[in-house]
Design a protein around this ligand. Sequence first.
Ligand code: ZN
Length: 154
Amino acid sequence: MLTTALPTRTGEHFAAIDLGSLTNLDRFSFQLPQHDLQADGKVFLKELLHLTGAEISLNKLPAGKSLPFYHKHQVNEEIYIFIRGAGEFQVDGTSFPVQEGTVIRVDCEGERCWRNRSTEDLYYIVIQVPTGSCNQSTTADGVGVAKPVQWVDE
Ligand code: ZN
């Protein structure tokens, strides 16, 4: 994976990274341990951002390509967020179309695969989180901070 040239920004309570245009995701690749395959167009963020509760990847699947295998998980459910392009997703033998705006949750046990059936690249985000780990909602967990908003250049 190409990591050395990535601009990162960190503070006491944050880490940020600029991956550049999603059309350039090809510069990232990932070695699939069980399949002896290299997956191009995939970048994992857990290590880059020191995530502690989730693994997130940004992905680009070229026109006409399919993943060449099914997979499932042992601990994590996965959320797939399709942000550009069109394709087809399959879970346990059920197939359905995906496109910009499609969001899918797949349980650990779901045997999944997907493909790009269009003539344009398919872009999507995959989030892995331990099943049953999020026991509070966003609005219940967020706490307002009692101070006025200020920007450095104002
Ligand atoms: Zn997975």
